[in-house]
Design a protein around this ligand. Structure first.
Ligand SMILES: Cc1ncc(COP(=O)(O)O)c(C=O)c1O
Length: 393
């Protein structure tokens, strides 16, 4: 049984606010905070360096976390790179591949800027880009991806779940048709991992990037990158901790993932992330999906019944409901919701300007849920929106 009251005990901050901004970052359960505290109080050492007990214990916990994260995605831990966020993960791919003049990338106008700007910057290297538009509900047609692939295409980069519409893309089909054309696929899983079951291993994509501080309930400053064939990428940073040997004239790198994690990593963050993944597994990601989908379905349909409210996105959505109130700026709506009802939502363009341009607006109010939100909280939120609309009526 989904015991929401038990879950909420693990998130003390929820006593004070109605938190509907989990798509930006989730609240952190006490178990994760304890794992981070334990690192500092009981065994803090540096990762992968040193023979003493603290360094060894830190390394063991760090590697256990990597293993948890990788197993959760059904992929090989040795191909799972710990990063500081999804943004770093995607930039590592953009910077790490040896691009050639005339190479081509296919992406979509649904993307978070994180899955757009790194590819746009490659224009300087002569890499061209085609941007496929979504339909009015934020869905990408895989056939449009297929027909955008040219002889020069090397990569298709697509978000799994839109952070604006909550629309879920058919990444299995997109990967299948892209691979059929001999092209690599990158999936931005920042809004899907931990919210819906994602079997990265079975999907077979070449790269899967995600944040640790969203659906996986890890601390901020954590993320991951899965790479199916690590040889395709060079590291973006060079220094300590990544080499097998160094002389004054050259160096030999360690294999993946070590060669991609130079410098002292975020040990407390990664260790906390491992605990966050365990938390998600204990609740069950299928249970989380069911709970969150029912909350957003209810939210969207009730918002749509309120006069002056326009809701965007498909009926079958994951985690997120975007809407506007006629005549009101989204930031003003967000401020009023906070001041009158302690409801925290995101407003503005959500780091996805082209996605908003596709529906002809500059910003939306975005309510996004986590495994800890209740139906009562949604009721309060809906009442608060209704009251605001009386300002425009
Ligand atoms: C779809 C999507 N991709 C990427 C990102 C960037 O994630 P991070 O801030 O962890 O780098 C976000 C953040 O909201 C997102 O929603």
């Amino acid at each position: 049984m989904y015991d929401i009251l038990e879950i909420r005990k693990d998130f003390p901050v929820l006593d004070d606010v109605i938190y509907l901004d989990s798509a930006a970052t989730t609240q952190t359960p006490v178990q994760v905070v304890s794992a981070v505290n334990n690192y500092f109080y009981k065994y803090a050492g540096n990762y992968g360096r040193g023979a003493h007990r603290l360094a060894r214990e830190t390394t063991n916990h760090y590697e256990d976390s990597r293993e948890n994260v990788a197993r959760f995605m059904n992929v090989d831990p040795s191909k799972t790179i710990m990063t500081k966020n999804a943004t770093e993960s995607i930039n590592m791919v953009a910077l790490g591949i040896n691009w050639n003049l005339g190479d081509h990338i296919v992406t979509t106008s649904l993307e978070h800027h994180t899955d757009l700007l790194p590819w746009m910057r490659l224009k300087e290297k002569g890499v061209d880009m085609t941007v496929v538009p979504p339909d009015e509900n934020g869905i990408i047609n895989p056939d449009e991806i297929a027909s955008s692939i040219t002889d020069g295409t090397r990569l298709v980069a697509v978000t799994h779940v839109s952070n604006v519409f909550g629309s879920v893309q058919d990444i299995g089909e997109i990967t299948r048709i892209t691979h059929k054309a001999g092209v690599m696929v990158l999936i931005d899983g920042a809004q899907s991992l931990g919210h819906i079951p994602v079997d990265v291993g079975s999907i077979g994509c070449d790269f899967f990037a995600a944040s640790g501080h969203k659906g996986l309930l890890g601390p901020q400053g954590t993320g991951l990158l899965y790479v199916r064939e690590p040889e395709i990428m060079e590291p973006s940073y060079f220094g300590g901790g990544m080499v097998h040997s160094v002389t004054t004239t050259g160096f030999e790198l360690e294999p993946c993932p070590t060669k991609f994690e130079s410098g002292t990593p975020n040990m407390p963050g990664v260790i906390g992330l491992g605990r966050g993944v365990e938390y998600v597994q204990n609740v069950g990601v299928a249970n989380i999906e069911k709970h969150e989908k029912s909350l957003v379905k209810n939210t969207a349909s009730r918002l749509a019944e309120i006069p002056y409210v326009e809701v965007y996105g498909p009926d079958d959505r994951c985690g997120v409901v975007s809407f506007n109130i006629t005549g009101l700026n989204s930031h003003d709506v967000a401020m009023i919701l906070d001041e009158t009802s302690s409801v925290c939502v995101r407003s503005g363009y959500h780091c996805a300007m082209p996605a908003l341009q596709s529906i002809g607006v500059e910003g939306t109010v975005r309510a996004s849920v986590g495994l800890y939100n209740t139906q009562e909280e949604i009721d309060t939120f809906i009442d608060a929106v209704s009251q605001i609309t009386s300002l425009v009526g």
